[in-house]
Design a protein around this ligand. Structure first.
Ligand code: ADP
Length: 656
């Protein structure tokens, strides 16, 4: 075994490799860019070497700088993780030339599998089932179109050098072929510097099922069963699980054989994944082989009780595989979800920023969290915005699913927007719960996944109102609108009005403190909230429902975490707090500088609580000042069009 290795990667995979090295007593060297100076992988490693500016091309992709770092620190081997240099045959060769072991397959195997067309030719020779199609050298448009016509539409045009779902076009009819080919070639040339394409049958409602394989330098090859990665968005995996639901023993054996045949055909050593596309009836065809450890390898580890990074290190050190095929067994069911800093409700735009508050589920036998960040770290625009992988295990799929729902509810992230709530909705869709899996699951469940259907219940709003008004966790921060402590008191108990916004809906709410908690007026409903707040924790009874969890204020946003979806409310209308400024002699004050737009009642009017009295414009938005109680409007101190300052008396009001 090695004494010391260098990890040519960052984020969760670098941290995950370090964890195994620790356990095995192998010292680790991290490398880092300017953007990662204080990253978690740097903090965890025994040594760390700076390798350049933030851009990956100038740091994590610079083979010679990384090799130099390995030599300087005396690392005997390099673990490339996934992405970056992990499937770069030249890098594997450069390691060999420098006398450093590349923890991965031989360069020749990377080369053989690096090009989809060439790999298919090899696989055909090895008897591995292939999707009907053309993957030869001839690239004339008319020839390729004739191939597509012969295959039968729809077909898929794929860049031979493609990866990450890029450079693919589905073509429905012969008439569309030429245009799709051109655009695919252009994209392939731009993204991969190689315009070669292949054409294959488009499989309808396909499942993505992949087999984990492992080879050693003694000629042994085993497979560690399958993973189902059908739940994808734009050909990118979102959820992965093992074993694949509905897999029969015969089909598993057939796919395992095809995968190990594929590995043997290229003299494979180390961890690899053979990806298949499967039809609803269970037929399967080789798609490609990834010659590295996959993001989703933990689900395999959890059902087989193995540590695949340990296997990688042992095999790279020349040892035989730790287990034979017969010794490998499937135990239980595992599911992985990728927690990303992205806004699922706005086209999955990546979100960057500092993780001001970060709580992830506690690790246990049932829950594993592979994270590359801690609270206080930043998600930068330079790299993949993954925050963590949540991996759950239980004796069967149903229980694992339950674990995943809980684990996702326990993710508390403030500072960047995450896909946690989207993932939670996703694992709860009918299709996923019933294992009705195929690559179009997310599209098909679009309606159920639409966030607008999930605007909270009255209880959620009432809880948020109480936390907004009385959950004051930042007493020192004067700038925060949450910290206005004075309540409008006239007769009876203190009452506060707030207008909250949640998923595009605005609601005014009134919170009245009482002996055992609060009373919240939420439109026509009056909700009793019984219990108390302790620091940033709440434990409250709302009718039949006991709600417990944690909350975080961030500027004018309120994040509520509990046993359900994380919810974000915004204190929308500062003027709604006018009553908090409402003076103590029965006047309503302007809560901020602005312009009076219109007066809504005649002086002398009797009004009931909540009656709109005056509209103000401030910060380019209109805000309505309401009667804080039943009473009489004696007069206005400003007229439409007047500019008024913060705290100016606007209405002379007397409560009954
Ligand atoms: P990449 O290397 O870019 O990831 P793959 O060949 O692995 O490309 O394919 C990515 C995804 O595209 C698959 O997981 C599957 O969802 C879809 N796909 C690939 N080939 C086909 C096909 N022949 N028919 C239907 N969908 C396909």
């Amino acid at each position: 075994m090695f004494n010391k290795i260098l990890i040519a990667n960052r984020g969760e995979i670098a941290c995950r490799v370090i964890a195994t090295c620790r356990r095995l007593g192998v010292a680790t060297v991290a490398v880092y860019s300017d953007a990662d100076r204080n990253a978690r992988h740097v903090r965890l490693a025994d040594e760390a070497i700076h390798i350049g500016p933030a851009a990956a091309a100038e740091s994590y992709l610079r083979a010679e700088v990384i090799l130099d770092a390995a030599q300087r620190t005396g690392a005997q081997a390099i673990h490339p993780g996934y992405g970056f240099l992990s499937e770069n045959a030249d890098f594997a060769r450069a390691c060999e030339a420098a006398g450093i072991i590349f923890i991965g397959p031989p360069a020749s195997a990377i080369d053989a599998m690096g090009d989809k067309s060439a790999a298919k030719a090899l696989m055909q020779a090895a008897g591995v089932p292939l999707t009907p199609g053309y993957h030869g050298e001839q690239q004339e448009p008319a020839f390729l179109r004739a191939q597509a016509d012969a295959i039968g539409y729809p077909v898929l045009i794929k860049a031979s050098a493609g990866g990450g779902g890029k450079g693919m076009r589905k073509v429905e009819a012969s008439a569309d072929f030429d245009a799709a080919l051109l655009s695919c070639q252009r994209e392939a040339q731009a993204a991969f510097g190689n315009a070669q394409v292949l054409v294959e049958k488009y499989i309808e409602r396909p499942r993505h099922i992949e087999i984990q394989v492992f080879g050693d330098s003694h000629g042994n090859v085993v497979h560690l069963f399958e993973r189902d990665c059908s739940v994808q968005r734009r050909h990118q995996k979102v959820l992965e699980e093992a074993p694949a639901p509905g897999m029969t023993a015969e089909r598993r054996a057939a796919m395992g054989k095809a995968a190990t045949d594929a590995a043997r055909a290229v003299g494979y050593v180390g961890a690899g994944t053979v990806e298949f596309i499967a039809s609803p009836s269970g037929e399967f065809w080789f798609m490609e082989m990834n010659t590295r450890l996959q993001v989703e390898h933990p689900v395999t580890e959890l059902i087989t009780g193995t540590d695949l990074v340990e296997w990688q290190l042992r095999v790279a050190a020349g040892q035989p595989l730790p287990k034979t095929q017969e010794q490998l067994q499937i135990h239980g069911h595992a599911i992985e979800a990728r927690l990303y800093a992205e806004d699922a409700d706005r086209g999955f735009l990546p979100s960057t920023g500092t993780l001001r508050h970060l709580r992830l589920p506690a690790s246990s036998t049932n829950v594993r969290v592979d994270a590359g960040v801690e609270q206080g770290d930043a998600i930068t625009p330079y790299y993949d915005p993954m925050i963590a992988k949540l991996i759950v295990w239980d004796v069967d799929r149903e229980r694992a699913l339950q674990r995943m729902q809980q684990a996702l509810a326990q993710c508390q992230v403030v500072g960047v927007t995450t896909n946690a709530a989207f993932l939670r909705r996703l694992v709860m869709t009918g299709s996923f719960r019933h294992a009705n899996l195929d690559t179009a699951l997310i599209e098909r469940e679009g309606e159920a996944l639409d966030v607008r259907h999930l605007a909270g219940s009255d209880n959620d709003w009432a809880l948020a109102a109480v936390l907004a008004v009385h959950g004051n966790t930042h007493p020192g921060n004067d700038a925060s609108p949450w910290d206005i402590a004075d309540s409008w008191r006239l007769t009876g108990p203190a009452a506060r009005c707030v207008t909250l916004e949640h998923l595009g809906r605005h609601r005014p709410l009134q919170v009245r403190q009482c002996a055992d908690g609060w009373q919240v007026q939420c439109d026509d409903a009056c909700i009793n909230v019984i219990g108390r707040l302790t620091g940033d924790y709440y434990s409250l009874q709302l009718g039949e429902q006991l709600l417990r969890g944690q909350f975080v204020h961030e500027g004018d946003a309120l994040h509520v975490f509990g046993s359900g979806n994380p919810q974000r409310f915004t204190l929308h209308d500062p003027v709604a707090e006018a009553d908090t400024h409402a003076d103590h002699g029965g006047s309503l004050l302007a809560p901020m500088p602005g312009r009076v737009v219109t007066l809504l009642v005649e002086p002398g009017s009797s009004v009931t609580r909540g009656t709109p009295l005056l509209v103000m414009e401030a910060m380019k938005m209109e805000h309505t000042l309401q009667a804080p109680a039943d009473g009489t409007v004696h007069g206005f101190r400003a007229k439409a069009g007047d500019q008024v300052g913060d705290g100016a008396v606007l209405v002379d009001f007397e409560a009954d």
